[in-house]
Design a protein around this ligand. Sequence first.
Ligand code: BMA
Length: 328
Amino acid sequence: MAGTCKIVGPSLANMPWEDKPAGCGEVMWRYSANPIIPRDLIPFSNSIFNSAVVPYKNGFAGVFRCDDKNRQAWIHSGTSKDGINFEIDPEPIKFVCDEPEIAEYLEAYDPRVCWIEDRYYVTWCNFYHGPTIGMGYTHDFKTFTQIENAFLPYNRNGVMFPRKIDGKYAMVSRPSDTGHTPFGDIFYSESPDLCYWGKHRYVMGTSIGWQSKKIGAGPVPIETSEGWLLFYHGVLNSCNGFVYSMGAALLDLDKPWKVIYRTKPYLLSPQTLYECVGDVPNVVFPCAALTDADTGRIAVYYGCADTVTGVAFCQLDELMDYMKKHSF
Ligand code: BMA
C-alpha cells in the first residue's frame, strides 16, 4: 500500500498491473507478456511504438505512433478495455483545424496525451518547416481539434503538466535540430492561453553515461506530495549508435524547473530482445504513465526499438527511496 509519498490524483483500480517477480532486484520490471502492441496490429503499419495511453471511461484510450509501410510516421487513435490489448484505428488522426497555414503536415510522431480540466490535450512532434511541438485536443478520441504549434522549430518531446501552475498552462520540451540531434536539454515554458508560450526556464541537461548525449521528457509529469515525478529518456552515444534508456527526476511542485532528485543510474535500459532488436536497435522510449493514487502503483508505456510498445511497472515509495539514494 502507499506509504509516505502520495500520488495526487484519482484511484485507478483497474490499471494493468503485475507484481514484481520474485527475485527481481530492480526498481522497474517489465510486463511478462511484453511487447503488448505488435508492429503489425493494423494493416498498413510498419511499427507501433512511442505511444500515449490514458484512463478513459471504464477503460483506456490513447494516441499511438504508427509508422506506415511508406516509412512515414503518423499518430492514430485507439482504445482498450484492459490497458494491454488495444484496438487502433487503421486511419491516422485527421485534425479539425481552422488555420490552413499549420493544418498541412508531413509527419506526426511521439504523441503525449494529458487530461487538463475538461479535455485530453495531445502534443506531438509536428513538422512545420522542421520538427516542432504540435498541439490539439479531443473529448472523445474520435474528433480531434488542432491548435497552434507551441514553439518555433526545432523542438521535440513537448510534454504538458496535468494542471495549471501559478495560473498558467505548463510544458517541458527539448529544443533540437533538423536531424538526429546530438545534444538536448529539458526546458520549462508557461502559457496563459495555450497559444503564447514564454517565461522559459532551464530544467536539466545531459550528464554522465546513459544520459550523456541528450535527454527528453517522457510521460506527463505525475503529481506527488513531494514534487512532480518526471520519467525521461536519456541517450548514450555508443560506438554502435545511440542507446536510449529511462530515468526519473523529481521537480519542485511550484517551480518545476528546480530539480530535487534525478536518478544517476538508469531505471530501465534496452536489455530484452524486443528492446535491442528492431528498426532502431537499443531504444527504450517512455511516453505515458498510468497511476493509482490509492496504492502508489505506476505503469509506464514505452516504445521498444522504434518497433513495438511495452509496459514496465514500479511502485512510488520504492522509486522515491531509490531516487533519494541514487541521485546526483
Ligand atoms: C528520437 C525520436 C524518437 C525515436 C528515437 C530513437 O530522436 O525520433 O521517435 O524513438 O529517436 O530512434
